[in-house]
Design a binder for this molecule. Sequence first.
Ligand SMILES: [Zn+2]
Length: 193
Amino acid sequence: MAEPQVEVRRSKRRRQTVSAYRDGDKIVVLLPARMSRAEEKRWVADMLSRLQRSETRRRSPARNSDEALVQRCRELSVKHLDGRAEPSSVRWVPPMRTRWASCTPSEGTIRVSQRLRDVPGWVLDYVLVHELAHLLVPGHGRDFWKWVERYPKTERAIGYLEGLVAASQLQIGLTDDETGAEDAEDADESDGD
Ligand SMILES: [Zn+2]
């Protein structure tokens, strides 16, 4: 994975502790004010790898198979969409050039880019809720977002994905999918890549 954007903040009140967290598209590392540059460098590298490890541990079980993906969609639909989104198929597909996932509402099918296999589970959940909501409302109007925002980490997940795009310079639109026939064609074409 490409180097993420890092912001180092030093605090006079902070004496011993070092901490780090992800804030939208960047990683913030908090350090004691009196730390030397050499120590800073070592700690930043250390905290980045710790954060990455903990995010790796939080990957979704849905990463393992299409069946697990379908199961996760079922859970998310029940939890956030009143069980109303019932896809006919959900599957992992090879990385698409321009989107994280796509959906063909007329057929009830959802395809998810393998680029998302290693993101934290809560980020993948957002993408799945987004696609599931398209089975209820095509397009990205207010009605659509009302459904999606029932998923509480929507805003954070969008920030995370923006960060991923920035870090790896992917050309991926965050409003992934246009819906309908054209979209399906596009996705099929990408499948063949
Ligand atoms: Zn969409």
